[in-house]
Design a protein around this ligand. Structure first.
Ligand code: F6R
Length: 606
């Protein structure tokens, strides 16, 4: 999950490449590099650390060239270092790569026998040596095809050639790759976001395709080298301008945007006049779906788990959830009457994409719930339900989580009325309640002083636990994940009722424990479990709602009261304080909030 960029132009390209690399940093940020062709030579500059380090280095040497490629790295093979940073170059060819070459060791041994000398520990370096080897006796397209055929694994590549100094070659298998069209210049990038400041005209490469980009034209080829035509897509203007504005971090902005993203999403799907959920061309009828399976990774998996609770509550369908990286390698029994739902913000997550492809191979019904509508998962699913959140840049997912839950909830409600599993009046009421959700989320967001001071305790904690039952259990998992990834604090999310089966042993004096217990059907049970951790010395932060006026225990350390709503909708509200808790705790610890260590936004490798 690295980021790649390529530009060929009639003006110098290094500053535009740097600009795009900054946009791509959410994909990887341990090292960065650029190669350009100038005066008949490939010039390469690489640095350990962020793009701003690379920028400083480049400002000292004045990197010229009208054609170039750039890369931000998230290390897979070989630790972060200047040598392992991309591009990887021989004298004649330079390559940037996103993905993993699984047979790189075999290829490297073969190439070493042929006299090739390697500098880095990366899998990528074999690509540039293979290209150089084939280039000795082949034309360009043959060289590309032979090289790609030798590679096992996933890749998006950007390649420049000293001896053909007017072209960038792009190639894709598994990892995403976009091509952009500009005035007297053309581009290659890992995603449209990297190209948005330069163009709104984009084409996406499909698996197996490659392209040859010149500043005045772009040619596309299939895996056999046959020329193909591709559709040019026009990106909308609100997708083009997404900046931090007055916010210190994208994450803070994205948390604050949630009332409006919720509203947008509801406006897209809910016909308020007829009080109806509109799934526009949903391709299956009620006889064709007997069960659903929700699949995702990380935060997206948590929204799938939330879906399980809603589907079980509101429909009579069998429901199952799966983590994509597990699903893709298990011996699954594919069912014709099951709807397989893939949830992903980026739509590019390698494991989720592989799980989707597996389902496609087995010819079952696939639907995706995604944010990036041009993504691979969206393009390859039978049916797509976008979450309409706009770009999410902070590595920790916030508004996309709420968006995913919302679309899952809408889908669940719609299926439930189609199947007649819910009474019309209940359905109508639930839709009307959804109309209030955006305001409730807004009120919850505004309440942050208490969380700021609570985060002081969390910032000093060695570990913490997040407990919930029923609808609050997936939120406990999500709250713990946010704290882990942003504040680097060990955090366990647990079903509150499971504590006594082992994890209770972890509780020690002063350990902060978050208990999520709005006044729903599970409230009393959760409160009993809370007493058990308090009795063992935990400092409990109870997350409940405003209508709970009877103090349930004198020994609760802190109580945060969210707005009161109907049971189904509490997950949208209880999530907010947990997002903020992670944010403020990370802020206190001085962490890089939008780019937590060791992570990247779009996980396009296994
Ligand atoms: C955590 C987070 C990740 C992603 C996961 C899946 O805050 O963002 O756990 O949810 O990597 O990513 P998508 O949704 O793009 O498939």
């Amino acid at each position: 999950m690295c980021g790649i960029i390529g530009i060929t132009s009639n003006k110098p390209v290094s500053s535009s490449i740097l600009h795009s690399l900054k946009k791509l940093e959410y994909r990887g940020y341990d090292s960065a590099g650029i190669a350009t062709i100038d005066n008949g030579n490939i010039n390469e500059v690489k640095s350990l650390g962020r793009v701003e380090v690379l920028e400083k280095n480049i400002s000292q040497i004045n990197l010229e060239g009208y054609i170039g490629i750039g890369h931000v790295r998230w290390a897979t093979h070989g630790m972060p270092s200047t040598i392992n940073a991309h591009p990887h170059s021989t004298e004649n060819i330079s390559v940037v790569h996103n993905g993993i070459i699984e047979n790189s060791i075999n290829l490297k041994n073969l190439l070493i026998k042929k006299g090739h000398k390697f500098k880095s520990e990366t899998d990528t370096e074999v690509i540039v040596h293979l290209l150089s080897e084939y280039m000795k006796s082949n034309e360009l397209n043959e060289t590309i095809i032979k090289t790609l055929n030798d590679l096992e694994g996933s890749f998006a590549l950007g390649i420049i050639f000293k001896d053909i100094p007017n072209i960038i070659v792009g190639a894709r298998r598994g990892s995403p790759l976009a091509v952009g069209y500009g005035p007297n210049e053309n581009y290659l990038g890992s995603d449209s976001y990297a190209l948005k400041s330069m163009t709104n005209k984009i084409t996406y490469l499909n698996d197996g395709e490659f392209c040859v980009i010149k500043k005045e034209e772009i040619d596309f080829f299939d895996h056999l080298g046959k020329k193909i035509n591709k559709k040019v897509l026009q990106l909308s203007s609100n997708e083009l301008n997404y900046e931090k504005g007055e916010y210190k971090h994208y994450m803070a902005k994205e948390i604050d945007e949630q009332p409006s993203t919720i509203k947008n999403c509801i406006n897209e799907y809910v016909d308020k006049i007829n009080n109806e959920i509109n799934l526009l061309n949903f391709p299956w009828n009620k006889e064709q779906i007997k069960s659903v399976k929700l699949i995702g990774c990380g935060t997206a998996f948590h929204s799938c788990l939330m879906g399980k609770y809603w589907f079980e509550e509101l429909t009579n369908l069998d429901v199952d959830v799966d983590i994509a990286s597990e699903f893709r390698y298990r011996k699954n029994k594919f069912k014709e009457d099951c709807l397989y739902i893939f949830v992903s913000q980026s739509g590019e997550t390698a494991d989720t994409y592989a799980a989707l492809n597996l389902c496609k191979k087995n010819k079952v019904k696939t639907c995706s719930i995604i944010n990036v509508v041009e993504s691979s998962i969206a393009r390859d699913s039978d049916f797509v339900l976008p979450i309409h959140c706009g770009p999410e840049i902070g590595v920790a997912s916030t508004k996309a989580f709420l968006g995913q839950m919302l679309v899952i909830y809408l889908l669940c409600l719609k299926i439930s009325i189609l199947m007649k599993d819910i009474k019309r009046e209940d359905y109508d009421k639930k839709i009307r309640n959804l109309g209030l959700l955006s305001d409730l989320v807004k009120k919850t967001i505004l309440d942050e002083n208490q969380i700021q001071s609570i985060s002081n305790t969390f910032a000093e904690a060695k570990g913490s636990m997040f407990l919930g039952r029923g609808f609050s259990y997936p939120i406990a998992l999500e709250g713990a994940l946010k704290l882990k990834e942003l504040a680097y604090i060990h955090a366990e999310g647990y079903p509150a009722g499971e504590m006594k089966h082992g994890p209770l042993a972890l509780i020690e004096d002063g350990m902060p424990v978050v208990v999520i217990a709005p006044k729903d059907d599970y409230y009393k049970k959760t409160i009993s479990n809370m007493q058990e951790v308090i009795a063992r010395g935990a400092k409990v932060l109870l997350l409940t709602n405003k209508d709970v006026n009877q103090i349930v225990s004198e020994n609760i350390w802190q109580i945060i009261k969210i707005e009161t709503t109907n049971d189904d909708l509490y997950p949208f509200l209880t999530t907010i304080p947990l997002q903020k808790l992670a944010y403020f705790t990370a802020l206190k610890k001085g962490h890089d909030i939008d780019k937590p260590r060791n992570l990247a936004k779009s996980v396009t490798v296994e």
